[in-house]
Design a protein around this ligand. Structure first.
Ligand code: ATP
Length: 215
């Protein structure tokens, strides 16, 4: 299949396609029509066809798409056949919840090292993951070839930790703190503010409730 620079929106839909194709494969299905795929992933079929065309995957009329071939291709594209080690910075309540959550069940991503400042945690193993002192972070990131980090430290030290992560050579940070950290352009930050998400949801519920009541 041809390698082309794919649009961001297409790239974002890849995991969605991949998960469904894997589901179909596990259910013993060999092919899927674009209409069926569209219904399952809630993306219109024209968009699916355009997305897939970037990968040179053109469904055959009256046949649809070959499930296994597409699944294997997406798996490679998404790096699923390579284990990605992730560091967890801050093994507090949220950090431990993420350790308990098994990222590996859906793909080959796993937290392979935790870092904290709390003596009670340092040197212990949580869900098979060793917790190191934060001062050893830069060295461990290098030793374990870790490119991605999850940030679950108190907000006050989020920027300081982000600086350390940049120093350690990470390429991506999943930031669970409410602080917007500054990093060089080469580093990607995804912000996940759970409190904000919940508040927004509640706001929308109330807002639409008020609109309904006003009618
Ligand atoms: P949360 O639910 O946000 O994880 P928490 O109450 O468990 O909250 P926080 O005070 O938010 O704990 O801290 C999260 C984790 O970050 C804790 O385990 C704490 O020990 C750790 N931490 C605090 N300061 C540092 C630091 N300078 N370097 C590394 N880890 C730190």
């Amino acid at each position: 299949m041809v390698e082309k620079k794919i649009p961001k929106a297409t790239a974002r839909r890849l995991p969605l396609y991949y998960r469904y194709l894997r589901f179909l494969h596990e259910a013993g299905k060999n092919r899927v029509s674009s209409a069926k795929l569209s219904e399952a992933v809630k993306v219109d079929s024209a968009t699916i066809r355009r997305d897939f065309s970037y990968f040179g995957a053109l469904g055959k009329r009256g046949y649809g798409y070959d499930v296994e071939a597409l699944m294997n291709f997406f798996s490679k594209t998404l790096n699923q056949d390579r284990l990605t080690n992730v560091a967890l910075i801050g093994v507090g309540n949220l950090g431990q919840a993420l350790l308990n959550y098994n990222f590996r069940r859906s793909n080959n991503t796993r937290i392979s090292a935790g870092f904290d400042i709390n003596d009670k945690l340092i040197g212990t193993i949580h869900q098979g993951v060793p917790v190191y002192h934060i001062d050893d972070m830069v060295e461990q990131l290098d030793l374990q070839q870790i490119d991605v980090a999850i940030l679950t430290v108190p907000s006050e030290i989020a920027q300081e930790m982000a600086n350390k992560l940049v120093e350690g050579g990470v390429k991506g940070i999943m930031n669970f703190t409410p602080i917007r950290v500054n990093v060089p352009e080469s580093v990607r930050v995804h912000n996940v503010d759970l409190t904000n998400e919940l508040q927004t949801l509640i706001y929308f519920i109330n807002y639409y409730q008020e609109l309904d009541d006003a009618e």
